[in-house]
Design a protein around this ligand. Sequence first.
Ligand code: 2BA
Length: 105
Amino acid sequence: MKLVFSIVHREDAPILAKTLSQEGFASTSLPSTGGFLNRENTTLLVGVDPEKLQQVLSVIRTCCHHRTQTVPASTEPPFYPPFAMETVVGGATVFVVDIEHFERI
Ligand code: 2BA
């Protein structure tokens, strides 16, 4: 089994979870926060058989979109620039790991 961690925009998370469910995939949504922008996002966990991994990735590609977000200006080093600027966020940041053991108890 594989475990897909997918960090997505909050606005994309509900339709992603719904579409995954409609296609027969279970998922768990966790509230999360990006370390750079310090904005809330959502991390979806999806346990999936290896042969269905590409189907899950395809759903993520379909449901998650790029957005341009403003990085606020700050005088506090080292994180933000001294002037506001824009950065592109998403569609999704995806990590796939091998699961050694899985069971439902
Ligand atoms: P944030 O950390 O808030 O990052 C939001 C966006 O800011 C990133 O979009 C990227 O375009 C930009 N960014 C991030 N760190 C930067 C830096 N040090 N300098 C300049 N620009 C920077 P995405 O790459 O699409 O990432 C979206 C969210 O996915 C991230 O939100 C974070 O929550 C997660 N993420 C991305 N890469 C990750 C990684 N290697 N490990 C863990 N989480 C990650």
